[in-house]
Unconditional design. Structure first.
Length: 680
């Protein structure tokens, strides 16, 4: 472990974040003593056109969530593919577009996976995450990398910035959590001020779990009679994982820079699907994911800003199958990625700005499998965008040119593709005070098939076509503070804040590629569905405020309706059927109460009926499921430490359900935790 930590320290490269922002108020002059309160943007940069969904700070801590994937379940329009247990793979699908249309950014730089295009969000702990934000369409700010313009939707994870009290230069925080399936998680966060404008943060975490939990396996025949009804224990779901992250932050005059090193190492069992009366499998997987990223950003006056990003990543996956009933498998996959980006924005006139961005990405995949293709891909992206902010109207337009070139070493095969993808966003504030906004956008997106889609030795399909998608969205947002005005003219803190977002959307996907398990979790079946018609409604509402003296309540609810159907060929038996694993109805509810040092949180999640294959019949039908989670935390002081004790009950009503067919999820389970913050 020490060697890996040293490797991260030695290989750090340069990174950035943002620059001071001036709005109608005065410039902020906070130092590193309150660095999280510094707004690191430029007045040219951050003109949001389409609002986002966001969870941050205390909201994230309240949730009974281990990872970013668990937290994202509470966003509207999101379907989480969860294979069960602590170590199970967790990927996210937004508005039925598919996992590969979702860009995942970590501190401003997109995470890549050219092998299968899927980012396992279960690998990212919430211990060091300050904010998780979801954008549909794209992040509607023109000062961003070209790849950010190209995605159909985006998730941005932002790590915590160091904050120091006056006279203190060191912060230390330790956490430990024990729960069901023999889960034990421990983490340490160390923050150090190195100078007036430089700070360091280091976060390390170790997690182990046996992955064992009881479940009820009950299946019915088509005539309604019971085929199976038994109770068993999930096997081969153990995991041992380590994560180390280092961040170096610096502030420049009208700018900022950041360095980041990240290492995730895990060894886990893959419990597999329960089919053909097989209850345990011999599949094992080891992952070693490392990346080093850097960014530098600076404004030159009030009219021009520039940002440079660089990243190198190395991912290694070792997969083996020890089952004696099949041929033995022992394969290692190694992929490398190099990424370089520059974004530049200029204010042409007050309220009118334009940007030009360029991204270069190189990916290479090696494997120990027989007759592997050894593909390499060069990707170039160039974006041009402009934004107008005039009184009650905000408009943003962009176009991205993408060019990809593949080359395989085995048969010297070459594959190229290019595409122009435009987008147009608009937001109108009809009333004074801008408490109501009406928005709309139209956008085209495009993505190449992954290396696995095209070149996987047994399952790759070299004839796959790239996916092309068109998105339409119309929505509104209401955000208002209800309360008596304070002396300053602002609403009183004791008031109530109400927020409501609603969107109606239509997505058209051509040559859509889907992937779902084929017997083994690590292997997939790749298909071009042809055309998919997606129509939906997202609604998100929240209310927060004081219920009475010393009691503060928050409520957040979301609902999603989706009709995602295959409209490729009227002669096929699944024509106009709902595509696999997309429910018509889903939603969630979060209720939180704070009373002095005590915080209580209840969360509810519902997923409606789905089908696990293309044909929507009784054989492929999956019943709706719902879960309730309850958690509580209490803060107190002991000698020279501040402590926070937590207790949680997950799946309170012991619901037996599958997110993915034949992958049973845990029933009722418990966990306790303790956070210690010494006063240094």
């Amino acid at each position: 472990m020490a060697k890996r930590l040293l490797l991260v320290v030695l290989c750090l490269v340069v990174c950035v974040a943002a620059m001071p922002q001036r709005t109608g108020q005065a410039w902020r002059s906070d130092s590193l003593q309150h660095v999280q309160e510094v707004v690191i943007t430029s007045k040219l940069v951050f003109r949001e056109v389409i609002p986002s969904q966001q969870l941050k700070g205390d909201e994230l801590q309240r949730l009974s969530a281990l990872s970013v994937a668990d937290a994202m379940r509470y966003f509207s329009g999101v379907q989480l593919k969860d294979y069960g247990g602590v170590g199970g793979v967790k990927t996210v699908d937004v508005r039925s577009m598919g996992t590969n249309h979702l860009a995942v950014s970590y501190d401003g730089i997109v995470l890549g996976n050219a092998q299968n295009g899927q980012i396992d969000l279960g690998q990212f702990s919430l211990d060091n995450i300050e904010e998780v934000t979801l954008y549909n369409g794209q992040k509607s700010a023109i000062f961003q990398a070209a790849s950010d313009f190209a995605s159909a939707s985006s998730v941005y994870m932002r790590t915590k910035m160091p904050r120091f009290e006056v006279g203190h230069s060191t912060n230390l925080k330790a956490r430990v959590k024990y729960g069901a399936s023999d889960l034990l998680r421990s983490s340490v966060l160390w923050e150090q001020r190195l100078g007036s404008d430089v700070s360091l943060s280091t976060n390390a975490e170790v997690m182990t779990a046996s992955g064992k939990y009881k479940f009820r396996y009950r299946r019915k025949n088509l005539d309604g009679t019971v085929a199976w009804d038994t109770t068993a224990t999930r096997q081969n779901g153990d995991i041992h994982a380590e994560r180390v992250e280092l961040n170096l932050h610096g502030i420049l005059e009208q700018g900022q820079w950041q360095l980041k090193g990240y290492l995730y190492n895990s060894a886990r069992g893959i419990p597999g699907a329960i089919v053909n009366n097989v209850w345990s499998r011999g599949e094992r997987q080891q992952d070693l994911n490392t990346f080093w990223q850097a960014s530098w950003q600076k404004s030159f006056g009030d009219r021009f800003s520039t940002r440079w990003l660089a990243k190198y990543a190395f991912y290694q996956t070792h997969y083996e199958n020890r089952d004696t009933t099949v041929l033995p498998v022992d394969n290692t996959y190694r992929q490398q990625e190099f990424y370089l980006s520059t974004a530049n924005v200029v204010e042409l006139r007050p309220g009118w700005s334009a940007s030009l961005s360029y991204d270069l990405r190189w990916n290479k995949l090696n494997a120990s499998t027989y007759n592997f293709a050894y593909p390499t891909r060069w990707t170039h992206m160039l974006s041009l965008a402009t934004a107008v902010d005039y009184r009650h109207l905000k408009v943003q337009a962009s176009v991205v040119g993408s060019y990809a070139n593949d080359h395989t070493k085995t048969n010297n095969q070459r594959k190229t593709d290019s595409q122009l993808t435009p987008a147009l966003f608009a937001n109108i504030y009809p009333f004074k005070g801008k408490w109501l906004s009406l928005r709309a956008y139209v956008k085209q997106s495009y993505r190449m098939p992954t290396f696995n889609d095209l070149y996987y030795t047994d399952l790759g399909n070299a004839a796959l076509k790239p996916e092309r998608a068109t998105q339409f969205d119309v929505g509104l947002q209401l955000s208002k503070h209800l309360g008596a005005p304070g002396k300053s003219g602002n609403s009183a803190k004791a008031g109530t804040h109400v927020s409501l977002q609603a969107d109606i959307y239509y997505n058209k996907v051509k040559d859509k590629i889907i992937a779902y398990p084929k017997g083994q979790q690590f292997r997939w079946t790749m298909l071009n569905l042809g055309e998919v018609d997606i129509r939906g409604l997202d609604v998100v509402g929240s209310v927060s405020g004081s219920v009475c003296r010393d009691i503060v309540a928050t409520l957040r609810a979301q609902y999603t309706y989706q009709r995602a159907i295959d409209v490729t060929d009227p002669s096929r038996p699944f024509y106009r059927h709902q595509i696999p694993y997309i429910p018509h109805h889903s939603g969630s509810l979060i209720v939180g109460l704070d009373w002095k040092r005590l915080a209580v949180n209840y969360s509810f999640m519902y997923t409606g009926e789905r089908w696990n294959a293309q044909v929507n019949d009784a054989y492929n039908y999956m019943q709706p499921w719902y879960t309730s989670d309850l958690s509580a935390s209490y803060r107190f002081s002991l000698k020279h430490c501040t402590l926070r004790a937590t207790a949680e009950v997950n799946n309170l009503l012991d619901q037996q359900y599958d997110v993915i067919a034949n992958y049973p999820m845990p029933g009722r389970n418990f966990a306790i935790g303790l956070e210690i913050i010494p006063k240094l």
